[in-house]
Write a protein that binds this ligand. Structure first.
Ligand SMILES: Nc1ncnc2c1ncn2[C@@H]1O[C@H](COP(=O)(O)OP(=O)(O)OP(=O)(O)O)[C@@H](O)[C@H]1O
Ligand SMILES: [Mg+2]
Length: 244
């Protein structure tokens, strides 16, 4: 069902990534020097306590935010040097985003929300509609195409957001709590879909999750703690953490 794009899988190198926020005159060091290389077509989970900086890292990987220090290379490209137009094009072509809060457009139906990235990319309405319907079918929502976000459950909205994230066949899918509102069976279905996307299309998948079962299923598991990233080896995270 999914079509492979011409563009090949991308490696991501994160080098000494730091993100500070200033709040009421105080400096908050949320990311304190993260180094990690994600091979092309990786499947990675990131866990860590609430407030650890996971979503902050995901926003940087999505190129929606800029680091205070350090850089991220996609392939060999330092995309933060791009102009805003180049960066927007890069994001549209390579990054699929599924956020913690879905950011669906409330005035539009599920189908229109999924079609939106392709319409922005000036694809024909007919092609966009066909692909959006296929994706909604794949996430089990073909019978909800004409519902607006307010007429969908939380888990359904999450799945619409996933379909939208996949619309442009991204090189990298970044998902923040993708199974947060889902029952175990639907959550397993999402994991199976991630696996299929990874294996058939070589999409890299980075998942931030508190869902231990999902995290354990990913071939590479990272843990964020105190603004730094750790590799977790063995099943039990607390047993072996290696700073990256
Ligand atoms: N724009 C901002 N200004 C100031 N502080 C911020 C800003 N964005 C995030 N923070 C702070 O950075 C920290 C990390 O936030 P982040 O959203 O990355 O956490 P998280 O690991 O995703 O948590 P959760 O599991 O609850 O989603 C938090 O303590 C938050 O208050
Ligand atoms: Mg978060």
């Amino acid at each position: 069902m999914f079509k492979k794009k011409g563009s090949s899988a991308l490696a991501i190198s994160v080098e000494n990534l730091q993100r500070e926020f200033f709040h009421e005159g105080k400096k908050l060091e949320v990311l304190r020097g993260i180094n990690v290389t994600l091979e092309p077509a990786s499947m990675v989970s990131i866990r860590g306590r609430s407030g650890a900086g996971k979503s902050t890292l995901l926003h940087l990987l999505a190129t929606l935010d800029k680091p205070t220090h350090g850089r991220i290379l996609f392939g060999n490209e330092d995309v933060f040097r791009y102009s805003p137009t180049q960066l927007a094009r890069f994001r549209n072509e390579h990054i699929g985003l599924m956020f913690q809060f879905h950011h669906l457009l409330s005035e539009f139906t599920a189908l229109e929300n999924v079609m939106m990235p392709a319409l922005i990319h000036r694809e024909s309405h007919e092609d966009a509609k066909k692909r959006a319907e296929e994706l909604l079918k794949r996430v089990g929502l073909l019978d909800r195409c004409s519902h607006k976000p307010g007429e969908l459950s939380g888990g359904e909205q999450q799945r619409v957001a996933l379909a939208r994230a996949l619309m442009m066949s991204p090189s990298i899918l970044l998902a923040d709590e993708p199974t947060g509102n889902l029952d175990p069976k639907t959550g397993n279905g999402i994991h199976d879909l991630f696996k299929e996307l990874n294996e058939t299309l070589e999409i890299s998948i980075v998942i931030v999750t508190h869902d231990e079962v999902l995290a354990q299923k990913m071939p590479r598991r990272l843990m964020m703690n105190d603004g730094l990233l750790y590799e977790t080896t063995l099943g039990d995270e607390n047993a072996t953490l290696t700073k990256l």
